[in-house]
Design a protein around this ligand. Structure first.
Ligand code: HEC
Length: 187
């Protein structure tokens, strides 16, 4: 019986010893594994934060690029719109100016040529009504330069045009070309 007790005690001690050892090893293994996973987690975190940084940088670059392009396109569009607006204004000015200016300048011509260009000036000139703007302009420029004299009155016409600029002559020609031969008025 005594022997049995001794054996039992030995076995228990052995078990205790072994379990003690095992415990220590387990603890170590667990500690090792924990450290390892902590390192892995840290490395992973670093990788993730690197990747995040890269993505953020790329995003910032892309956004800057897009914003830059947007600004450029807005600027280009604005410039185009301004250019178009300028053209439109110019066209309006050009479209209105000759008529108004021409009409204004024609007052002093109307006495001889008639209000609607249907009078033979001093009974000598051809009728202005029905003539094209380019024909009228060419004739007026020729008179101004002293190169035209159809009925011996070229000088008289030269004097009439002496103080006029080329733009005035073009405006006059444009205005006179609106006179139509078939309009009810007589003069
Ligand atoms: C004092 C009268 C008189 C006035 C004012 C006058 N003209 Fe004349 N115009 C004439 C006479 C005369 C002729 C013919 C000249 C010639 O011998 O070539 C003529 C010729 C012309 C012709 C050529 C017609 C043709 O087809 O041969 C034009 C165009 C013309 N005049 C435009 C004008 C304009 C524009 C004005 C105003 C800036 C004007 N005239 C003012 C008397 C006048």
């Amino acid at each position: 019986m005594k022997k049995t007790y001794v054996y039992l005690l030995m076995i228990i001690a052995g078990i205790l010893f072994l379990s003690g050892c095992k415990d220590k090893e387990t603890k170590q293994a667990v500690a090792k594994a924990t450290a390892q996973s902590a390192r892995l987690v840290k490395a992973h975190d670093t990788k993730i934060s690197d990747a995040t940084k890269q993505t953020a940088t790329q995003l910032a670059k892309d956004t800057t690029q897009i914003a830059k392009k947007a600004v450029e396109s807005v600027a280009a569009h604005a410039a185009y719109t301004i250019a178009e607006a300028k053209k439109t204004i110019q066209n309006v000015v050009v479209a209105q100016a000759p008529g108004d200016r021409g009409k204004e300048l024609y007052h002093k011509c109307a006495g001889c040529h008639g209000e609607h260009g249907k009078k033979r000036a001093l009974g000598k000139s051809a009728l202005l009504a029905g003539q094209s703007a380019s024909d009228l302009a060419n004739k007026l420029i020729a008179y101004k330069e002293g190169k035209r004299n159809v009925a011996g009155m070229g000088n008289l016409m030269k004097t009439q045009l002496a103080s006029l600029q080329k733009s005035d002559i073009l405006a006059l020609a444009e205005y006179i070309s609106t006179f139509q031969t078939n309009k009810g008025n007589t003069q």
